[in-house]
Design a protein around this ligand. Sequence first.
Ligand code: ADP
Ligand code: MG
Length: 719
Amino acid sequence: MEVTENCSVKVAVHIRPLIADERTQGCTECVTVTKGKPQVQIGTHSFTFDHVYGHGASPSSSMFEECVAPLVDGLFQGYNATVLAYGQTGSGKTYTMGTAIKDGSETGLIPQVMNALFKKIETLKHQTEFQLHVSFIEILKEEVRDLLDSEPVSKPVTPNGNAAKVTVPGRPPIQIRESSSGVITLAGSTEVAVSTLQEMATCLEQGSINRATGSTNMNNQSSRSHAIFTITLEQMHKIQSVSAVNDTSDEDMGEEYLCAKLHLVDLAGSERAKRTGSDGLRLKEGIHINRGLLALGNVISALGDEKKRKEGVHVPYRDSKLTRLLQDSLGGNSKTVMIACVSPADINAEESLNTLKYANRARNIQNKPVVNRDLVSNEMQKMRQQLQYLQAELCARGGPTSDIQTLKERITWLEATNEDLRRELHEYRSLRAVAECCETGAQESRSCFVKIDGHKRAIQSMDLPDYQMDEVLSDDNPGEIDEVDKELEHALRRNNMDRELNELNKRLEQKESEMKLVGGTDTEALKQHFQKKITELEEEKRIVQQERDRLLAAVENRAANSDSQIQKAQEINVQKLKALEAQISDLKKKQENQVELLKQKQRSDEAAKRLQAEIQYIKAQKVQLQHKIKQEAEQFRQWKAYREKELLQLKKEGRRNEYERHKLEALNQRQKQVLQRKTEEAAMATKRLKELLEARKYSIRDNSVNHNGHTPNGQVNDV
Ligand code: ADP
Ligand code: MG
């Protein structure tokens, strides 16, 4: 079940105007409302509520919209709700709730609830099935009375002639039952199924009459009884699946069942017992306090006091029938509104203060309403969510059809590629075979037929059964030799070009390796190195020359003084000078070497350049050759295809001719047969004619002999 946010009991105060009775007693108003705030003052006390109605605060007419309409909406979402009217007798509870027969029958909350309920059902009935039940009970002296029981067992007639309905000992009392899930039900109370606003209104009216008549007989015990009007709303909500919605088909996914109850409670008067004595007797305070209200007070104080709540103090729901019945509405599974009814008259000041204190405490009660969905509906809700999630995921992946589509496309692509490759393979195989044949054939200068034979063998070695080469090369088709020759020629050319290409590749490789040797090191860096070396040497040379000059000058200077010591020094200097000169010549040699090296370097650079150019040229040649090979292959392929087509055409023609020949032969045969038959028939006819003529000849002769014994020409036959 879905748990909504914690929601505290909302409390509104309804202050009625002074009634005629109070006015005649000269009562004054002792309750004031802070302007623009839901705040009420009584004496020195000040209380803030969720709403305050009447007596200069909000108009009573807005009470339903602000306090009760949200509960009616919640009912359709599956939330239980309770509206409690609390206050002393005569403070306006019955008026506010609308449970009276006349008073507030239109302005009261219950009639407005009924209106709103049916209006909403009207707008939703095309998508949801609704079932409404009402029950109306009264708790009096800890007994539950059914106010909707249409068959009262006995109707004792009162002195004023009114039929009174009272609980009868013979009838089984209504029991309060609690299911395993903690739901409180009344066993044996009448639950009337209603389908129209009128039916529901009748129930309310009937129950109110029953309550009132009962009260008249029992000394206005209505102030001591709690009346609970309960509306049960069951909904069967048809839910369409995501796909069904998309397909706009009528296929529905399932149903969601929700059931929620709205209790509308007109509580007994909250005043202390001392004031209720209709006979005017001053009963001892607290003796006969309504047990239900006492328990309700205790429940509210246990639930409304945060400290007590935290300490986990026992909540005495079981102390009375009222608290047991309202268990869900106080700190449980219900959205609850309490309307504290207050009289502004000063004579009621004490009770009004008590009511406000009581109501203020009730504000602290926290409820935890949940949607009342049955277990199956709950499970279905979960599965529906899962389905939606999966469908969304499926959509995101592009669906199974697109997968299959891409796979199919891939298969066709692969098949096409396979076909291409097979064709290529076939071409290569035939080329290879032809080349082999050509090699052996050319070298050994065999006859053309030998070549054909080799070719045939080679081709037969290809395992492509669909290729009927036998037929193409059949010996009784000498015209095909031309074709074989052409193939051989092509293979030869191809072979030559391949060889040429290989040659080029080899040359290229060679040149590149040469190039590596020549330009292996970085020529530019080398050049710089040598240049530096040369300048260094030149610098060194210059320094040494300067030293030499200096020494020469010194020698010359000292030559002027012919001192023996100086002589010695001079000798040393001369030696030094010689050494320096040797050094200089050495350096000069080195410099020359370096210059030589530099020249060599330049030469090798030039060689490298030449090689580079050669490589470029070979590469271009190679590309050209490759291009040529390709062209050749393409031409050959085209020619081959053309030949094959031609061959097919010829074969077809041959077949047609063969067929024609057969046909003619058959015709000829038939004609021959006919001729023979005709000849035979003619021969037979001639034969028969001859016989006939013969026969006639004899008969004529016989006749002439018999008649005159003479032959026709007058001769006498000698017999
Ligand atoms: P209770 O049910 O609390 O005993 P009732 O609803 O019977 O009180 O009200 C007592 C009297 O006060 C009735 O005559 C009723 O008409 C009158 N009364 C109550 N509330 C209002 C109101 N808001 N405006 C006018 N009269 C009211
Ligand atoms: Mg009343």
